[in-house]
Design a protein around this ligand. Structure first.
Ligand code: ADP
Ligand code: ZN
Length: 742
């Protein structure tokens, strides 16, 4: 049995150290075990990366403790950490840290215990006031417990009254207070009974899709990931449910990833009601779980008590064994991209994990990402399609309203709700039907657009809109760093009416209230949805038709079913189209299709009205005819011509520092040294201020690298970053395959 363990310390940068495994623990410590190790005169937590019979290291000390009987990290997760460190140019320790939730990492397998305090007996007012004089904290604690009438978590009691552990111990010794320790298991879903739902008969298309998936379930090593392309409401989820049932039948487990925003009680209910009555545990993992809940859910999975995991992006690291299937629903969704720490993409990791397990991988979407679609075209993925809405509803009618004509009238007070849209809203109000007004407003940068021809000022090299940097009076490309003085008139049509377009949801809401004073209007965006329940409250009110017109951002675009909605108005398609980003067209297309999916899900046919200054933009035209293939074809052609992803990889390096000089200096150095270290096929941009040039007092500069060989690129980046000596209060954030170059 191996005598030595090689570990990575939790608080290191991936440095590996050897320790001796004490005799009684040999065989129990393996790859993936969590251990405590001595380091100088302290103890630290660490993860075992390998074990061996010999070591070259001098002065090897013994391990101080084991945290788990069954290793917390599975072999596949250990491999995934290595893969992440290489691909995302991060430390292996950072990868391990994102794989293992903190609540688990630090407590090991011990059940998380919570202490409660309660009064041990009646305490009179006289006793309390006597205490008050001698020991005010004790008095406060007793008083609080008296009011609480029952057990209170100790943590809460301490926070509320200023009592300390010592205070409570004294009270316990004196027989006034009782401390209860409980190993609590919290059920994040609440503990209600699930209604048994019998699986419906599959449609012919669904049956065919399921048949297409079966070979991959039976022999995953020999099969490719499968893209399940199906319009909204075509029954993709039902296909997932069937595939999962077969996986469970075969004694395996299943993982379902959904975008954070779609991880609603309804989604979970749909899975639970199918499987829970059969005694199959369903665990839910998402970022809003408390530490305790996360700890419990994680252990339920690790102990094999839950064989299905549903979760947002982080659930890709669920410690399932014998994994048979990973489903990524709405695989194109941006929320799969992690936005701090190692910036991984859960869909990409799911595909990698699928290969490592091996297990079947199913990527579902109405609008697959161009990355996945290109993988299908190259023969790396398979494709299955669902083309009919299950409820037989027809897709909504798209109408594009050309806003240019309005500006030509020379109206001063630029109306942003066209008569066509207003009439349509009016008609819905008269019939008691509901309207969604959608606006994709991203506030922090502006794009120069011409109100005569509708074009946005573009980068000559990258075909992305230039972003205006007001402070420097420059229009800049975020991809290659090209920069020019903002033009005084439109470069296309020479019209001087070139301006920053920008309206927000708030303005729209105000206008709607004024135009339709009798309508019940609500707004939903990150400004109004500040408290936790606001989202559900507003949606609830909308669903029960207490709201006629709902104005909102992306928040309302996804996966919501409102039978009363027959009109979706897109106030401005341009704010999404002209993002200074090469994915702007793709985003807009996805968004339009998603939003359109909100209209006419009930009996009434839906209508979508899109207002735009660029009515002939291909993204709009293809969305109008619900033509994904046509869109993908032309968009991929454009991407290929400009060498954008998926035909290259982009790495965005952001330098943050407490002064602009430092940030700029480091970014410049980084740009030069990186350019020298990479093959000539890699394009490295000069250092430039980030679009968000200053965030929370930190100045930001960025460098963009683009090349075909991602491994060569990330290796060069790692080496360059190691070689640069960073000044104090300076950080470099590496984002491989960023979702936006902003
Ligand atoms: P998607 O995931 O593609 O949006 P869903 O699976 O949610 O589609 O299906 C849309 C609606 O149709 C749901 O209400 C679902 O219950 C219903 N549905 C799906 N498949 C069937 C089926 N075979 N028989 C009856 N109803 C179905
Ligand atoms: Zn450019």
């Amino acid at each position: 049995m191996p005598r030595f363990a090689r570990v990575i310390l939790d608080r290191s940068t991936g440095k590996e150290l050897d320790y001796e495994i004490p005799e009684p623990w040999r065989g129990r410590v393996t790859e993936g075990s969590r251990v405590r190790v001595p380091l100088r005169n302290r103890q630290m937590l660490a993860t075992v990366v390998s074990t061996s019979d010999a070591t070259d290291a001098k002065g090897v000390r013994p391990l101080a403790g084991i945290m788990d009987e069954k290793p917390q990290m599975t072999p596949v997760l250990m491999r995934l950490a290595k893969w992440m460190a290489e691909y995302y140019a991060c430390d292996e320790q950072d990868a391990l840290r994102c794989i293992l939730p903190r609540a688990v990492r630090e407590t090991g397998n011990a059940p998380l215990r919570r202490k409660f305090a309660a009064l041990a007996r009646e305490v009179s007012a006289a006793e309390i006031s006597a205490l008050q004089a001698k020991a005010p904290r004790q008095a406060a604690a007793v008083g609080y417990l008296q009011n609480a009438r029952g057990a209170v978590p100790v943590a809460k009691l301490e926070a509320q009254t200023g009592a300390t552990a010592a205070t409570l111990n004294t009270l316990a010794r004196r027989g006034l207070v009782e401390i209860i320790v409980e190993a609590v298991r919290r059920a994040p879903r609440g503990s209600h009974e699930f209604v048994v739902s019998e699986p419906p008969l599959l449609s012919g298309e669904q049956e065919k899709a399921l048949q297409g998936i079966r070979p991959a379930l039976a022999d995953p090593a020999a099969h490719k990931p499968i893209v399940l392309k199906g319009i909204t409401g075509s029954g993709k989820t039902e296909v997932y449910l069937r595939a999962i049932a077969e996986v469970l039948e075969a004694g395996k487990t299943a993982l379902v990833l959904v975008p954070e925003i779609s991880l609603t009680p309804q989604t979970v209910e749909r899975f639970s009601s199918r499987f829970s009555p059969k005694g199959i545990g369903v665990a839910v993992l998402h970022s809003h779980l408390g530490e305790g809940e996360r700890h419990d859910e994680w252990h339920r999975v690790r102990d094999g008590k839950a064989r299905i995991v549903i979760g947002a992006r982080g659930a890709v690291f669920a410690p399932l064994e014998k994994l048979g299937l990973i489903v990524i629903d709405e695989e194109h969704d941006n929320s799969y991209k992690q936005d701090d720490g190692p910036r991984y993409h859960a869909r990409d990791l799911a595909v990698v994990r699928g290969r490592m397990e091996p297990c079947a991988v199913l990527l579902g979407s109405a609008t697959p990402s161009l990355e996945s679609f290109e993988n299908f075209r190259k023969g790396k993925y398979d494709l299955l399609e669902l083309t009919h809405r299950h409820d037989g509803c027809t897709l909504p009618v798209f109408r594009v309203v050309d806003m240019r004509l309005r500006s030509k009238d020379g109206e001063r007070n630029r109306q942003f709700l066209s008569p066509k849209l207003c009439n349509a809203i009016e008609a819905r109000l008269a019939k008691g039907e509901q309207t969604i007004l959608f606006l994709n407003r991203r506030g922090f940068f502006t794009v120069l657009t011409c109100s005569a021809c509708g074009k946005a000022v573009q980068c000559p090299h990258c075909s992305v809109s230039l972003a205006l940097h007001r402070a420097e009076d420059a229009a800049r490309c975020h991809l290659c760093g090209y920069s020019r003085k903002p033009p005084k008139c439109c470069p296309e049509c020479k019209d001087p009416r070139i301006a920053f377009t920008g309206i927000g949801t708030e303005k729209v809401e105000a206008a709607v209230r004024k135009l339709f004073p009798k309508a019940r209007v609500a707004r939903m965006d990150s400004d109004t949805m500040t408290h936790k329940n606001a989202y559900h409250e507003t949606l609830g009110a909308f669903r029960s038709r207490k709201i006629d017109i709902l104005v909102g951002t992306q928040m309302i675009a996804k996966g919501l079913h409102f039978p009363g909605v027959t009109l979706v108005g897109i106030v401005s398609a341009d704010s999404a189209l002209h993002l200074p980003d090469f994915r702007a067209g793709e985003r807009t297309f996805q968004l339009l299709v998603q939003v359109a999916g909100r209209a006419g899900r009930g009996d009434a046919a839906g209508e979508v009205i899109v207002q735009t200054f660029t009515p002939f933009h291909p993204s709009l035209q293809f969305a109008k005819s619900h033509d994904f293939d046509g869109f993908a074809e032309q968009e991929l052609e454009m991407r290929r011509n400009f060498g954008h992803p998926p035909y290259s990889h982009i790495v965005l390096l952001t330098v943050r520092a407490d002064t602009a000089q430092k940030a700029e200096f480091v970014a410049r150095t980084l740009s030069h040294q990186l350019a020298a270290a990479v093959p000539s096929s890699v394009m490295v941009s000069p250092a430039a201020p980030a679009p968000l040039a200053r965030v929370r007092g930190m100045y930001r500069y960025q460098v963009v690298a683009r090349g075909r060989q991602i491994r060569a690129l990330t290796k060069a980046i790692k080496a360059t970053m190691d070689a640069i000596k960073l000044p104090k209060d300076t950080h470099i954030v590496v984002d491989v395959d960023p979702m936006a170059v902003l």
